[in-house]
Design a protein around this ligand. Structure first.
Ligand SMILES: *[C@@H]1O[C@H](CO)[C@@H](O)[C@H](O)[C@H]1NC(C)=O
Ligand SMILES: *[C@@H]1O[C@H](CO)[C@@H](O)[C@H](O)[C@H]1NC(C)=O
Ligand SMILES: *[C@@H]1O[C@H](CO)[C@@H](O)[C@H](O)[C@H]1NC(C)=O
Ligand SMILES: *[C@@H]1O[C@H](CO)[C@@H](O)[C@H](O)[C@H]1NC(C)=O
Ligand SMILES: *[C@@H]1O[C@H](CO)[C@@H](O)[C@H](O)[C@H]1NC(C)=O
Length: 496
C-alpha cells in the first residue's frame, strides 16, 4: 500500500501532465491546467469567507465540483471515475428556489475511491507479472510497465477517497445549512469497512464546516454513525443486496458484459499484442489493463493530481467504450436490464417514504423490521439523514424510484451516447463518492411540500407525477407514482 508513495517521485499538480495520446489530449491537458488554476482561484476567493475551504495542495478536486482534472478521460471511467459534479445544462437548476425552504434532506452516498477489491487485486497483480514475464521489449509509453510493481492495497478507501467524503460532508452541510446549523443528521452505513469509514469521513467534513459556521448551534453533539447494518449472509440490509436468492444467481450482467466486450476489445487486443511483443491477452485482460488507469490514479496522491501512466495506453475513443461497458454492466446487473435489479432498491425506497411522511416503514422486501420499528435505529422525526452504501445498491434504488425510466434498454453491441441513454451512465450515477440527494421543501403559497431528487448535483426530473418548474413533485404525488415500490414490486420472484 505504501510502496507506491515511496517508489514514485511526486509529480506536481497537473502541470507536468503526462498525457500525450494526441494533439487533442494535449489541448485537454492545457484545459485541465487552466481549470485547475481556475479552481484554485475560486478556492482562494472563497477562503476569505469560509475557513473550511482553504486550498488543499495539488488538488484536482474541489468541494463543489469534485474531480475535474483530465476530465476528457477521467469522467469516462464508469463507476471508477471519481465523483464530479454533473452539468448537463439540463432545464433544471440545482439551486434551491428562493421562495422555498428545505425541510428535509436525505443523502444516499457511495463510499469514496478505494483500492481494487481483494479478488481483483490478485488478478491484476498476476496479470502484470505475466506481462513482465512474457513481453520481450517495452517501448515508449509502455516502458514503465517493465518495472511497474503492483502494490495497491485492497478493498479499503485510498487517502484520496477519504478526502472525497470529507468534501461531501462539507458540501452537504453547506447546501442544507438551513437544517444543518441546528440539527444533527441520522446516519447509517452498510457494514463493510470502506462504507463505514466513508460515513466517518463525511462526519469529519460536516463538523469542519459546522465549526467554521458562526451561525451554527455549537452546543449540539457531533453526528455519529448511528447504525451499521451487517453485510452478513441472511441479514436484511437495505444498503446492500444479498437476500434475494434468484437475483444472486442471475447471470444477466455477465452475459451483457461478455457481449459488449466482444465488440470493442478485439481491436485493442490486436494493438496491444503488436506493441507488447510476446504478450498473449484475453479480452478480460484488456479490460484489466484499462482498470489499472483509474485504480492507479486514485491511489497515486491525495489530490489525484496526475493520471497514471496506464491511462496513456488508450485513446479517448477507447475510454468511451470502456465507460459504456461499465454502464452496460450496471444496467443489466442492478438496473432495468435485470428483471430483479430494481427490486433490490425497494426496501430503501420504502424507508425513504417512511422518512418523508414520518410514518412507520411498510415493506416486505429487504428491510429488517426489528431495526426499522425501533426509534433508536430508525427514527421518523429526523429532518436530516445520511446513508452510506455501494454503487450496486444505489443503481437499484435509482431504478426502483424510476429515476431512469426514460432510458431505453441499453444496446449490448454498440456504444450509446449519454444523450441517447437520457443521462444514464455508470460515471454519471455511481462514481466513487457518488451522492444522491432527496430534498423536501416548503414553498410559499403551497400547502403540500415539494420533493426533488438530485444525482451528483443533476436534478433528475421525476416520473410518475406532475413535475413543476424545478423538476420536483408534490410529496403525495411523488409517493403515489411509486406504486412499484409501495406494492413490493416483483420481490416475490426472489424465491422463484
Ligand atoms: C434484524 O435485526 C436484528 C437486530 O439487529 C437482528 O438481531 C436480526 O438478526 C436481523 N434479522 C434479519 C433477518 O436481518
Ligand atoms: C503469458 O504466457 C503464458 C504462457 O504462454 C500464457 O499462458 C499467458 O496467457 C500469457 N499472459 C500474458 C499476459 O501475456
Ligand atoms: C427479512 O426479509 C424477509 C424477506 O422479505 C422477510 O420475510 C423477513 O420477515 C425479514 N426479517 C426481518 C427481521 O425483518
Ligand atoms: C425524536 O424523538 C425522540 C424520542 O422518540 C427524541 O429523543 C428525539 O430528540 C427526537 N428528535 C428530534 C430531531 O426531534
Ligand atoms: C418505472 O418503470 C417501471 C417498469 O416499467 C414501472 O414499474 C414503474 O412504475 C416506473 N416508475 C415510475 C416512477 O414511473
Amino acid at each position: 500500500m505504501k510502496g507506491l508513495y515511496e517508489d514514485r517521485p511526486i509529480r506536481v499538480a497537473g502541470l507536468s501532465c503526462r498525457l500525450s495520446i494526441s494533439k487533442r489530449v494535449t489541448i485537454v491537458s492545457v484545459m485541465a491546467v487552466l481549470s485547475l488554476l481556475l479552481s484554485i482561484t475560486l478556492l482562494l476567493s472563497r477562503a476569505s469567507g469560509t475557513p473550511v475551504s482553504t486550498p488543499r495542495h495539488k488538488s484536482c478536486n474541489t468541494v463543489d465540483e469534485g474531480y475535474q482534472c483530465f476530465s476528457e478521460v477521467s469522467h469516462l471511467w464508469g463507476q471508477y471515475s471519481p465523483y464530479f459534479s454533473v452539468d448537463d445544462e439540463s432545464a433544471f437548476s440545482d439551486h434551491i428556489p428562493d421562495h422555498c425552504q428545505v425541510t428535509f434532506a436525505q443523502v444516499l452516498s457511495r463510499h469514496g475511491a478505494r483500492y481494487p477489491t481483494e479478488g481483483k487485486s490478485k488478478k491484476y497483480a498476476k496479470f502484470i507479472k505475466d506481462i513482465q514475464r512474457n513481453v520481450t521489449s517495452f517501448r515508449g509509453k509502455y516502458a514503465f510497465l517493465q518495472s511497474y510493481s503492483y502494490s495497491l492495497g485492497a478493498d479499503v478507501l485510498t487517502p484520496f477517497g477519504e478526502n472525497q467524503l470529507v468534501d461531501l460532508g462539507i458540501k452537504f452541510y453547506r447546501r442544507y445549512e438551513a437544517l444543518t446549523r441546528d440539527t444533527v443528521p441520522f446516519i447509517r452505513a452498510s457494514g463493510s469497512d470502506r462504507v463505514i469509514a466513508s460515513g466517518e469521513k463525511f462526519i469529519q467534513g460536516y463538523r469542519k464546516a459546522k465549526l467554521g459556521d458562526s451561525k451554527a448551534e455549537h452546543s449540539q453533539s457531533s453526528p455519529i454513525v448511528n447504525v451499521i447494518i451487517p453485510e452478513t449472509a441472511g441479514f436484511n440490509n437495505t444498503l446492500d443486496h444479498s437476500t434475494c436468492t434468484a437475483f444472486e444467481k442471475s447471470e444477466v450482467e455477465d452475459q451483457a458484459e461478455d457481449q459488449f466486450m466482444d465488440t470493442f476489445t478485439p481491436a485493442i487486443l490486436k494493438r496491444l499484442e503488436k506493441d507488447l511483443p510476446g504478450a498473449k491477452l484475453s479480452k478480460k485482460e484488456v479490460v484489466y489493463l484499462m482498470d489499472m488507469c483509474p485504480f492507479d490514479t486514485v491511489a497515486l496522491t491525495r489530490g489525484g493530481s496526475q493520471v497514471s501512466p496506464f491511462c496513456d495506453l488508450f485513446t479517448r475513443h477507447e475510454w468511451v467504450q470502456y465507460d459504456y461497458l461499465q454502464s452496460v454492466k450496471k444496467y443489466y446487473g442492478y438496473g432495468a436490464g435485470n428483471p430483479l435489479g430494481a427490486a433490490q432498491g425497494i426496501g430503501f425506497a420504502n424507508e425513504l417514504i417512511a422518512r418523508l411522511t414520518q410514518s412507520p416503514v411498510k415493506d416486505h422486501t429487504s428491510t429488517n423490521s426489528t431495526l426499522d420499528s425501533n426509534p433508536a435505529t430508525f427514527p421518523l422525526n429526523a429532518t436530516l439523514y445520511a446513508d452510506f452504501t455501494h454503487d450496486n445498491t444505489m443503481i437499484s434504488v435509482f431504478f426502483a424510484l424510476g429515476l431512469y425510466n426514460r432510458t431505453q434498454p441499453l444496446s449490448q453491441t454498440s456504444v450509446q451516447s449519454i444523450k441517447e441513454t437520457n443521462g444514464y451512465s455508470a460515471a454519471w450515477t455511481v462514481p466513487f463518492g457518488a451522492r444522491a440527494y432527496v430534498e423536501m421543501m416548503q414553498c410559499k403559497g403551497e400547502e403540500e411540500p415539494l420533493v426533488r431528487v438530485l444525482v451528483n448535483d443533476r436534478v433528475i426530473p421525476l416520473l410518475g407525477c406532475d413535475i413543476d418548474q424545478h423538476g420536483g413533485c408534490k410529496r403525495d404525488d411523488f409517493i403515489q407514482g411509486l406504486n412499484f415500490v409501495t406494492s413490493g414490486g416483483n420481490w416475490a420472484q426472489c424465491s422463484a
